[in-house]
Design a protein around this ligand. Structure first.
Ligand SMILES: Cc1cc2nc3c(=O)[nH]c(=O)nc-3n(C[C@H](O)[C@H](O)[C@H](O)COP(=O)(O)OP(=O)(O)OC[C@H]3O[C@@H](n4cnc5c(N)ncnc54)[C@H](O)[C@@H]3O)c2cc1C
Length: 334
């Protein structure tokens, strides 16, 4: 256990929160040690901090950073390969490994900043792919019961930026994730920007590696680099509303941006925020990125409270104008 550790370099907002207690969890016995504190201390499970907003400058509990390493091929046949990856691995390193070996399924999720362990938490998604489509099972350690258990894909109850791990009470540590990749490449170019860029590249042979490189290039051109401008990617989820509510809004706002969803209509949160005049708006140290209205940024030394207040003002304004309540995608740690 370490004490009074700054988390500034361990969260992509670069908030200078100090953890009263800090533990690097590298081995199974570290999990057992951590479990001794469960129920006695507050525990926050931290991956690479790319989806975490520390509101206070002090975390009065234990921040447990998951740092176990390893990758192991479990089984293989002519069509698929099953690989178990430890939670502390960098997600993009795994994507690169898969692409180098011509295994398909994760290439559209290239360059999402994440630890492997956080990937199932909100079922990361990008460029027409979601992690749930390649997650076979998840090895979970329950700090309360002090035991390991495999959760199947169904157990995780994956949805849009959702799984059972997203709003859990803090006892479930994802320790390893088992992915099932395809040996025969199936191109997913359902996302228009990706399709256009691949077509304009004039490459006759498209490989997972080419897709990953193309996705990375598009992302780099659109998203602010957290090393330069602190951010957590999309701050809010795209809200899902009923078809009736959508039709009412569409008569008022014919250009509203929406997508079909099994539960109704998924509305572009970026569009809603932009309509409220927030795109590119800056208040003090915080603001909304000028190229993408879903991204809240820390321009310089913002506090977590400033970021939270600013995001709440966005929620209120959108609620007043559209009667839609935006839900943060980021994990807000109070
Ligand atoms: C520039 C940028 C772009 C982004 N683009 C995307 C995108 O395209 N798609 C997308 O889906 N997300 C995106 N994100 C959000 C982020 O990359 C993902 O949410 C990612 O999975 C966060 O990983 P992390 O390890 O940094 O998580 P953290 O911020 O460390 O943790 C996030 C949550 O997961 C929990 N958690 C972490 N590790 C574990 C574990 N081992 N066991 C149990 N719980 C755990 C934490 O308690 C917390 O609740 C982006 C973020 C940034 C900064």
């Amino acid at each position: 256990m370490e004490y009074n550790i700054s988390l500034k370099e361990m969260n992509s907002f670069h908030l200078d929160c100090k953890a009263e207690k800090f533990m690097r969890v590298k081995e199974e016995r570290d999990l057992e040690r951590l479990s001794e504190y469960y129920g006695k201390e507050k525990i926050y499970i931290l991956g690479s901090g790319s989806n975490t907003l520390f509101v206070k400058q002090h975390y009065d509990g234990i921040v447990a950073r998951i740092e176990n390493k390893g990758l192991r091929i479990i089984s293989e046949n002519g069509d698929n390969i099953t690989v178990e990856v430890s939670s502390g691995q960098v997600w993009n390193d795994f994507v690169e490994w898969a692409c180098e070996n011509n295994y398909s399924g994760v290439e559209n999720l290239a360059a999402v900043p994440s630890s492997v362990g956080a990937v199932p938490v909100q079922n990361i998604g990008a460029y027409g792919s979601e992690a749930k489509d390649v997650i076979d099972k998840v090895l979970v350690y329950d700090l309360e019961k002090k035991e390991f258990k495999y959760w199947t894909n169904e157990d995780c109850d994956f949805g849009y930026r959702y799984s059972k791990f997203k709003y859990q009470k803090g006892n479930l540590v994802i320790w390893k994730v088992v992915f099932k990749l395809q040996k025969h490449f199936v191109l997913n170019n359902s996302y228009k920007a990706l399709k256009d860029k691949l077509e304009s590249s004039n490459q006759t042979i498209i490989t997972p590696k080419l897709v990953a490189q193309t996705v990375t290039e598009i992302r780099n051109s659109k998203l602010p680099n957290p090393e330069i401008l602190g951010n957590v990617g999309s701050f809010f989820k795209n809200p899902i509303i009923t078809k009736e509510q959508f039709l009412r809004l569409q008569t008022l706002y014919p250009n509203i941006v929406a997508f079909d969803d099994e539960k109704g209509k998924k509305i572009s949160a970026g569009w809603l925020i932009e309509q409220c005049g927030y795109k590119g708006k800056r208040i003090g140290n915080v603001g909304v990125y000028e190229k993408q209205a879903l991204i809240v940024v820390n321009y310089s030394n913002a506090s977590g409270k400033e970021l939270l207040d600013f995001s709440n003002s966005i929620i209120e304004t959108v609620k007043d104008k559209f009667d839609i309540i935006l839900e943060p995608e980021v994990h807000i740690v109070k």
